[in-house]
Design a protein around this ligand. Sequence first.
Ligand SMILES: [Zn+2]
Length: 157
Amino acid sequence: MKFLIDINVGKLARWLRMMGYDAALFNEQDDNDMVKQAMAEDRILLTRDTQIVRRRVAISGRLRLVLLRDDEPEKQLQQVIKELGLKQHLNPFTRCLECNHPLEPRSKDEVKSHVPPYVFKTQEQYMQCPSCGRIYWRGTHWQAMSRLLDKLRNEDP
Ligand SMILES: [Zn+2]
C-alpha cells in the first residue's frame, strides 16, 4: 500500500513513513497533476479536498482516495488507519522521514563521526538515507510515534 499525501494533510506523510509506508508528498499546485501521479504510481490519495472526491475518476474507483474529515492530524491518522485497516505497529527505520527514500543499515563505525557522542554510546542500530544522508536511530521520533499509536489504539472502541 502506497500513498500520495496532499500538502493540506502534509503531517501524515512523516507518520506514515514512520509506520514504514511509502508516502510521497505532493506539494505542487495543480490538482490534475496530483490525481495523475496517484493513478500512475498506484498510490492512495489522502486529501481534505472535497472537489477531488466529485471527480469521475474518484467516483468510478479508478482513483483510490481517503477524504479526511478532521483538521487535527492525529484524528486524520486515526481515520486512515481505520478506513484502510492499517496495522498499528511500528516499522520504523525503513523510510526516510524527510524524503521517503528507503533507508540502508549502517554499522556503528560508519556513523561514529556523524552522531552525537551520547547517542553513539547508547545506540547499537543505525540506518541512513542514501538520498539526503540523514542518520536514524531509536530516539525521540520513535518514542513519540510509539506513544501516539498507543494512544490511538486505546481510543479505539
Ligand atoms: Zn532522506
